[in-house]
Design a protein around this ligand. Structure first.
Ligand code: FES
Length: 70
């Protein structure tokens, strides 16, 4: 799904950015330029970001101890 039409940013692109460590709207604006044109995508992008962060936290909670240490 395209979240930001002006800058062609999809929910998958946002998810990938969160997987790479981004966690704020400011970072999304800086890295992907989400919401930097008309701004109509801001609330949708924020909702997608929140969902991605919740999924990332849930995944981390189920990781076996030491899985990230390698
Ligand atoms: S739709 Fe994202 S800035 Fe216009």
């Amino acid at each position: 799904m395209i979240v930001c039409v002006c800058n062609n940013v999809s929910d998958r692109k946002i998810r990938r950015a969160v997987d790479d460590g981004l966690s704020t709207m400011l970072e999304l604006r800086t890295e992907l330029e989400v919401g930097t044109c008309c701004g109509k995508c801001h609330s949708c992008a924020k909702a997608v970001l929140r969902e991605c962060l919740e999924d990332a936290r849930a995944s981390a909670a189920f990781m076996p101890q030491g899985a990230l240490a390698a």
